[in-house]
Design a protein around this ligand. Structure first.
Ligand code: 13P
Ligand code: SF4
Length: 360
């Protein structure tokens, strides 16, 4: 596999886009006291998270959960939450949960006026690309991604000049600016399938060098990789996993393909966050070590009670910018709206739709 290091690689945050709400759109802030009515209204939701949210904390979450669920109806809004969202978001206010591919597909299908993205900025942009008629809101504009900010559209144009005629595959963890310049997108769930679908012997793969290495290990297609990395998954090491395995040889190690190769080499299974969840749930009575972001083990543990989870977890600071108070603000003020200039959106949408059509 070739690795590309551009002298002009941009490590600046991805360009973020939003517009503000008109004054008439803003609703008054509801009372956020923990009353007996709120306790009763949210009791069934606390049941879902009581294993992970201490009872002393619930009175802080419950008023937000109740207010958000009421506002969703009033606004005709849905919340799409990635598997890395905190348990109270994932279990108590989300309408759809999943990995990047599942969320992207659902964005287009949902019958709602507004989507609130419980996830990071590139996910909200992908929702907007596939659902241009809906209002797409991200509760915190700074919820970025180290992969998305490692490359720009101009970098892709330079790659095309360096490798004329070689198609470019972009991980969805990229800005619309990058998606507009590439041939097709992929997620961790379909990267190998997408690369092989092009029917060529060489592709440029951006921006994740580790996902690129993983794909290269699964296909005969030669991969020319960009040098981006996920700041969360690159911190895991094969050494720490070997120590876990020595302590208990029966554990199943499950890793996300954004991890470095020495980590993948120790894993019994490698796959997208949704693939990891399915594999973990099938280990009835067993022990599972989830090598990924912290919240996912909390979320999957709720529905896989007969599996013991070990969690050498790293937090994604971008995912953790999304909180219940920010989701409530987002629904009250209809901010921050994702807007993508039409000329850019047309080209970026084509790359995402090509992937979605391939994996229907
Ligand atoms: P998935 O597509 O596997 O959910 O991954 C998205 C992501 O950002 C993982 O870090
Ligand atoms: Fe980006 Fe990594 Fe966070 Fe996923 S976990 S959103 S790849 S920084």
């Amino acid at each position: 596999m070739d690795s590309v290091q551009s002298g002009n690689a941009s490590l600046a945050p991805a360009k973020l886009s939003s517009v503000s709400a008109a004054k008439d759109d803003i609703l008054p802030r509801p009372d956020l006291s923990y009353t007996p009515e709120v306790a009763a209204e949210t009791a069934h939701l606390y049941e879902r998270v009581k294993h992970i949210v201490p009872s002393v904390e619930w009175p802080f979450h419950a008023p937000y959960v109740a207010a958000i669920n009421r506002l969703k109806k009033q606004r005709n809004a849905v919340i799409l939450a990635h598997n890395y969202q905190t348990p109270e978001i994932y279990n108590c206010v989300a309408d759809v949960v999943g990995d990047s591919l599942q969320l992207a597909k659902m964005a287009a299908k949902l019958d709602a006026r507004i989507i609130v993205q419980g996830g990071v900025h590139f996910m909200a942009e992908t929702s907007k690309l596939l659902s241009p008629e809906k209002m797409v809101l991200i509760p915190d504009l700074k919820a970025g991604c180290s992969l998305a900010s490692s490359i720009t559209g101009a970098d892709v144009r330079r790659l095309r000049e360096a490798y004329p005629g070689v198609p470019v595959v972009a991980y969805v963890n990229t800005s619309a600016d990058v998606k507009a310049e590439v041939d097709i997108c992929c997620t961790s769930a379909n990267a190998v399938q997408v690369v092989e679908s092009l029917g060529v012997d060489r592709v440029i793969f951006v921006p994740d060098q580790y996902l690129a290495k993983y794909v290269a290990s699964q296909t005969k297609v030669k991969i020319i990789a960009w040098h981006g990395a996920c700041e969360v998954h690159e911190r895991f090491t094969g050494e720490e996993l070997r120590r876990y395995r020595e302590a208990d040889p029966s554990i199943k190690i499950i890793a996300h393909p954004e991890c470095p190769p020495d980590v993948i080499a120790e894993a019994d299974f490698t796959g997208s966050t949704a693939g990891m969840i399915d594999y973990a749930k099938a280990q009835h009575g067993g022990k599972v070590l989830l090598v990924t972001e912290c919240s996912m083990a909390d979320n999957v543990a709720a529905s896989a009670k007969d599996v013991e989870f070990l969690r050498p977890c790293n937090l994604c600071p971008h995912m953790k910018r999304i909180t219940l108070p920010k989701i409530l603000d987002s629904l009250l003020t209809l901010t921050h709206r994702i807007e993508i200039p039409e000329e850019l959106a047309v080209r970026a949408r084509r790359s995402v739709e090509r992937m979605v059509n391939l994996t229907q």
